[in-house]
Design a protein around this ligand. Structure first.
Ligand code: ZN
Ligand code: ZN
Length: 195
């Protein structure tokens, strides 16, 4: 048991979280813009987590939610807990409905894809394919009701190493006091600053 003073610090230096099906199981993928930042976090911290002690928590507040993840570590001096306040998305809702109590944890590298690096069927952030966009200098979307003026897509490259999460909970804010990891996160990153 760790005492209060040795609780790992909170880390939110990642871009967001992707939720994807790979290998028949939902994957939870914290995203980085630089591969070396992802591999550093994995090597220094997540590698040392004991799989069965990894806790994944979600707290919804209106259109946003708190992503909270932490674990006991074989190398406590390097341990960190992750949190990020994110906007709800289709992928998040699909994860919430479909995780079945288990997920893989892996890290990802998020890269923007411009027209030059895209194929005809690459889907733009406006949800329409590249070949639905103008050719030539302008690459505005041609779908009539769409206001997209510039093709832009993204790609998530998933790192190979993964851990299994089996402790996943969706909480209401009034329940967080009963969950030490979640309470510590909201206390350190929300309530303390309100005082
Ligand atoms: Zn577009
Ligand atoms: Zn469009």
């Amino acid at each position: 048991m760790q005492n209060k003073s040795s609780l790992p610090p909170w880390f939110d230096g990642f871009l967001g979280v992707a939720y994807r099906y790979y290998d028949l199981r939902m994957n939870v993928v914290p995203l980085f813009s630089e591969r070396k930042h992802a591999t550093n976090l994995w090597n220094e911290t997540i590698h040392w987590w004991n799989d069965h002690t990894i806790k994944l928590r979600f707290v919804e507040t209106g259109e946003k939610y708190w992503f909270i993840m932490g674990s006991d570590s074989k190398k406590p001096e390097n341990n960190k807990s992750l949190f990020k306040i994110l906007s709800k998305s289709e992928h998040y809702e699909r994860f919430k409905a479909g995780h079945g109590g288990e997920a893989y944890l892996t890290l990802g590298v998020y890269a923007i894809v411009h027209k030059k690096g895209a194929k005809d069927d690459t889907v733009c952030n406006c949800k329409h394919r590249l070949d639905d966009h103008e050719e030539g200098d302008s690459d505005a979307c041609l779908i009539e009701e769409c206001s997209c003026r510039k093709f832009e897509s993204f790609q998530v490259n998933i790192l190979k190493r993964k851990k299994t999460i089996t402790d996943i909970k969706f909480l209401q804010e009034e329940q967080v006091k009963e969950d030490p990891l979640t309470w510590n996160c909201l206390y350190a990153n929300k309530y303390k600053e309100m005082n």
